[in-house]
Design a protein around this ligand. Sequence first.
Ligand SMILES: Cc1cc2nc3c(=O)[nH]c(=O)nc-3n(C[C@H](O)[C@H](O)[C@H](O)COP(=O)(O)OP(=O)(O)OC[C@H]3O[C@@H](n4cnc5c(N)ncnc54)[C@H](O)[C@@H]3O)c2cc1C
Length: 374
Amino acid sequence: MVRTVRSCDVVVVGGGIVGAMVAWFAAREGLRVVLVEPNAPGAGATATGMGHLVVMDDSDAQFALTQLSLDLWSELLPELDAGCEWTSSGTLWVARDDEEMGLVPAKATFYRERGVKADVLSAREVADAEPNLAPMAGGLRVPGDRVVYPTNVAARLIGLAQSRYGLQRLDGRVVALDGTATLEDGSRIEAGWIVNAAGANANDLSPGLPIKPRKGHLVITDRYPEFLRHQVVELGYLKSAHAMEQESVAFNAQPRATGQILLGSSRQFAGDRAIDRAMLARMVRRALEYLPGFARLSCLRTWVGLRAATPDKLPMIGPAAPGSRVLLATGHEGLGITTSTATGRLIADLIVGRASPIDPAPYLPHRFAEVAHG
Ligand SMILES: Cc1cc2nc3c(=O)[nH]c(=O)nc-3n(C[C@H](O)[C@H](O)[C@H](O)COP(=O)(O)OP(=O)(O)OC[C@H]3O[C@@H](n4cnc5c(N)ncnc54)[C@H](O)[C@@H]3O)c2cc1C
């Protein structure tokens, strides 16, 4: 039995960081927006992410999306409160040997030619910048990269959008998108646009999407202020993130605003949230090669999160099929905290019919045959 029918301009399914940003950018346009989420905001993959906001150079499309995202994050800064734990630590990409160091000039040039500040550091300068690192051949510092606490950002923006722009929030689960959004209690929401921002569960509502869960482990330590100053990432990280093999690890360590050290990262094509001890051990062994002093730190907790991975590493942002009023905002893999802002902006632009600051074509879902043919 149908209990309630509501109507609005936009219904957003999912209150992770992506759904929160879509709701924020759409509500700011003066649109009537309803956000549906069965749990606390940001309790899905968003709660498990590192919160590293990073400009990536692996492809022009990824660069454009991440650079726009960082610009939009900077504009959001005045809206965030202390709980959002915004820090400006920058990223230090480190080279273990001369071969890796050989990659640094091209990486620096790529960033600089596109207006992103990037400093090449010698072995000595890396040691001065991060005294706890093992000797490195050198590195590249990208000072504009940031860190946030993503769950609190999602909650903050949803709350602000409610009080400032009249966003309506519904506790509930959407069970079908069939012209309207149908909730599990049978109520329906009629909307001009429906945005599927259900993360790794987007397939439940828009079947056939080429999304696979990619499991990742993280470890967080007790508080050790000054142990680390930058988000330090090995130069081989991109290789690990791009490898389509079943399992990979890469060194990635982050100083939290609390003084804790957050350690990543692992990648496995798997959809369960069980701790894989062998994988965790491999990840920690990798970290010890870079940060031998990590062995002295007390680790408080470890957990697993699921990234929503697409075959080409780019998210799906746009109509679920050409001409559809169901829009997808999913498939952000390991960059969804970073790229949530640009995703919100692109979706809002599409809805109001405005040109976006970047070309949206590389992210359109129908680039995949599965989506193009419905
Ligand atoms: C280990 C790890 C480290 C990471 N580190 C980083 C990082 O440093 N930087 C970065 O940029 N990214 C990082 N990421 C990626 C990032 O966490 C994700 O890309 C991002 O959180 C995805 O956000 P989302 O809103 O799409 O998904 P989610 O946060 O999963 O949100 C989806 C929401 O939809 C809701 N939902 C699902 N089904 C329904 C339904 N039927 N009806 C209503 N609601 C529904 C869920 O309850 C959930 O809250 C990391 C990920 C992992 C796993």
